[in-house]
Every structure is written in C-alpha cells, then in structure tokens.
Design a protein around this ligand. Structure first.
Ligand SMILES: *Cc1c(COP(=O)(O)O)cnc(C)c1O
Length: 405
C-alpha cells in the first residue's frame, strides 16, 4: 500500500489507489476480464503461492476494483496514526453493502458466538441477523447501546458475546451511539467491534479513530453518490485477519463486486468532499426550515441541539450529515399528500445521491409491517425520511414550502 501524505481529503479521494495504466489511459479502465494469463506455467505457480503479486481471477480481485478498495482504505485512515506510524487498513469491495456485512459476520463469528447490537439498525442487517444467523446458532442481543451501563452489564455477564455491531447515525431517527466509549468497553472485555459508516462516510466520521476494528459501507449511497451502482465494502486494520480469514470469506462467499460498478464508484468518490460539503450545508438549512414550520410536529436530525444524541454526534463527527426524518402533524394522509405534491425532489427509497430523496415509510417501505411493530422503530404514520441533495438550497426549501402549504 502506498503512503498518502496529502494535506487534504480530496487529494486522497482523487489520487489514492491510482496506478499508471500500462496503455497510458488517464482513468483506470473497466477491466472486463474474468481471468488473467501467465507467461509460463511457473508464473502461474508463483501467483497462486503468493510469491509473485498479480491478479488471478476477478472474483478474487481486479485492477479496477483495487483502485476503489485502496481509495476507501485511504479515506478511512486519513491522517490517523498508530504507534507513531500511519494507520494502515485493507478494504475488500463487495457486490453490495449486505454482501460486505455477510463477509464481516461470517468471517468473525463461529457457532455459539453472540452479537451485541443497537436496536436501530438498517432493516436488512436486522433481518440478516434474525433470518440467516439465528438458525446457525449465532444470536443477537439487541439493546439500547446509548446506555453504556447496560452495554457493560451484557458484556460482563455474557462471555459468548464476540462482536459489538454498531451503526451511527442510524435510520430513521438518526440515533447515534458513542464509538469511543463502546470501543473502550469492547477492549476491556476482549470483544471486537464493527461500525456501519454508510450515513456518515469517512469524510464526516472515521470509526478507526475511535478504536473500532471493522468498518462496513453500502457504497451504493454517498460514496458512489450518483445512484449508479450497488456496492459494499469491508475495511479492517488487522491486516493479518483481512489478508487471511476475511479474504477467504469474501472469495468463498462469492459476493464480489465487478469492474463496471467499481469504475462508477471510483468516479463518484473523487468528488466526495465537495458533495458532502454541499449535502451538509443544505441539510442544516432544511433542518432549521422544517423545525420552524407550523405543519411539522418534530424533526429528527442529529445536528439540532434538541436531538437526544446531539452531543455524541458533535463529538465524533465533523458534521452531522445529510440524513434526517420529520413528522407531519396530519399523520398518514398528510404524509401521502406531502409526497404527492413534491415537484423537484424525488420520491424514492435509498439515499446519498445528488438529488434530494424522500420516502414515506408508512405508505411505502414499511406498509406491510403491522403498525405496532413499525411504531417500535419510530416509524409513525406521518414520518418522512429525507436524504438532502446538492441542488441549490433555495430550490429545495421552495419545493418543501409549496408541498407543505
Ligand atoms: C443501504 C444500506 C445497507 C445495505 O446496502 P446495500 O448496498 O443495499 O446492500 C446497509 N447499511 C445501511 C446503513 C444502508 O443504508
């Protein structure tokens, strides 16, 4: 891995991981090749034994995918040190955020191990733990990890807990958990930690800085930034583990990415800093606008001092980000009406693209879930989920103003 001594984040996002192309192409091409050739049989031997560096088969690795991986590893460790030396990490690109989470969980856990996690997680991750891990005797303990005494009680009492799995900020109420405090507890009791950093991106939050062992992302969101490809990444600073158990799991699970989607991801990540700055600036304006609007009951944004996790968010993030949710006073019907009146902003699920995206979980993503159950996750009838885009801020506010009137 090359040393990156850049002063600024964008220099890294643009240049890290880029290798001069043998054909002098400016950008790393889409290496659409499933396999790689050898000059002679002996070279094949050396490649397979690891004596000689080189690509073998694209499920295992590919030059376009490598550039994306090195950029992400560099961003997650930007300006971080360990024992007076630059902190190093290895990233493994996957087909999706869920594939990266699968690799993490299957590489780190064995039968009988437990996961300690917070109740506010991405719904797919929660479903994965329940539907796929529980039958393998890998149980999850789901508690409010903002209560550190409760977290410690579980760690002290249950020796079978192996991994603390975190996501911060998290859907839909933007709850934040304290990375440094939980990483500290994990070290005290000999556990490992992982954080889904999708909402924040490494530009706003670096979990490794706070002692977290593994980072996962759905690169589909802010890292790609344009909604052009599904992807995920697993990043770790234990290079031995990443090069052995994690690499083996990734290769055998078959959740590899591909050159085309890696190419789209690389291009998206080059502008991450610029995009995040505008996303964040617009989000702060939108949050203030909504919290002062008479049709709005409540705004959930970790950047408002009224949010219960404001202090934790201020401590560990450089800016609270561009995700929020809000409750309309008129409940379900008001939610549907508001969504239908939007003119510029986009009605969809997902997040992190250039355009402002809104969804109404009660009538869309969570419409098949009984009301009592969705209320447990804070999904009320009038809740709108919002990913603030990078359009002109006035245009976003104008669209909301007319849709709320
Ligand atoms: C979207 C998302 C995922 C899942 O990622 P995919 O790329 O859709 O597989 C995981 N975590 C969070 C926080 C997400 O937003």
């Amino acid at each position: 891995m090359k040393k990156n001594n850049y002063k600024g984040f964008s220099s890294l996002a643009i240049h890290a991981g880029h290798e001069k192309d043998p054909m002098y192409a400016h950008l790393t091409p889409i290496y659409a090749s499933s396999t790689y050739v050898y000059d002679e049989a002996e070279q094949g031997s050396r490649r397979f034994s690891g004596q000689e560096k080189g690509y073998i088969y694209s499920r295992w690795g590919n030059p376009t995918m490598s550039e994306a991986e090195e950029k992400i590893a560099a961003m997650e460790t930007f300006q971080l040190e360990k024992d007076g030396k630059p902190l190093e990490a290895k990233a493994i690109l996957h087909a999706s955020g869920m594939a990266a989470i699968s690799s993490l969980l299957l590489a780190t856990l064995k039968k009988g191990d437990k996961i300690l996690t917070h109740y506010s997680l991405y719904s797919g991750t929660q479903d994965y733990m329940k539907s796929l891990l529980e039958p393998l005797e890998l149980d999850s303990i789901i508690v409010d990890l903002r209560n550190l005494a409760l977290a410690e009680k579980h760690l002290k009492e249950d020796a079978s807990i192996k991994l603390i799995y975190l996501e911060t900020p998290a859907n839909p109420t933007l709850q934040c958990v304290d990375l440094q405090a939980l990483a500290g507890l994990a070290k005290k009791y000999g556990k490992i930690t992982a954080c889904d950093n999708t909402f924040a991106t490494p530009y706003l939050q670096q979990p490794f800085k706070h002692g977290i062992d593994f980072v996962v992302h759905s690169t589909t969101k802010f890292l790609n930034g344009h909604g052009t490809a599904i992807g995920g990444v697993l990043v770790g600073t234990d290079l031995d583990f990443m090069n052995t158990r994690a690499t083996k799991t990734h290769r055998l699970l078959g959740g590899n990415s591909n050159a085309f989607e890696a190419f789209l991801l690389i291009n998206g990540m080059r502008t991450l800093e610029l995009r995040m700055q505008r996303h964040c600036e617009n989000a702060m304006r939108v949050a203030h606008f909504l919290s002062n609007h008479s049709s709005i009951e409540k705004v959930n944004y970790n950047g408002l001092p009224s949010h219960p996790d404001y202090a934790v968010s201020q401590k560990q993030m450089t800016h609270p980000g561009a995700m929020m949710s809000f409750e309309l006073k008129g409940g379900f019907d008001a939610g549907v009406k508001f969504m239908n009146k939007l003119q510029m902003c986009t009605r969809t699920v997902s997040l992190g693209t250039c355009d402002t995206l809104l969804s109404h979980p009660a009538s869309m993503s969570h419409s098949n879930i009984p009301k009592e159950n969705r209320l447990e996750y804070g999904i009320t009838d009038g809740l709108i989920r919002l990913s603030v885009g990078i359009e002109n801020g006035d245009d976003i506010l104008n669209d909301f103003e007319q849709a709320l009137s």
